[in-house]
Design a protein around this ligand. Structure first.
Ligand SMILES: [Zn+2]
Length: 76
């Protein structure tokens, strides 16, 4: 089954391809994924994902998408 008109969970625009967000469980379009890659917390998000995998945590929900607010993300 081919999904030709999926909706990006983040920008809510139609997209052919959806990619799992590194920050949360959103399925996002390539443009939003590119925004994530440029985000200052992207490396942290990747690191937390790796740590979760090393602890055997499956379906790690991510650190949460800061949505442009970078100041108050708790480093827990
Ligand atoms: Zn999008």
């Amino acid at each position: 089954m081919v999904f030709e008109n999926q909706i990006c969970d983040r920008c809510h625009r139609p997209t052919v391809t959806r990619i799992m967000s590194m920050f949360n469980l959103d399925m996002i379009c390539p443009a939003c994924k590119e925004d994530e890659r440029k985000h200052p917390l992207y490396e942290l998000a990747c690191q937390k994902e790796r740590e979760a995998l090393q602890r055997g945590v499956r379906n790690f929900p991510g650190i949460g998408w800061p949505a442009g607010d970078h100041s108050d993300l708790a480093d827990s």
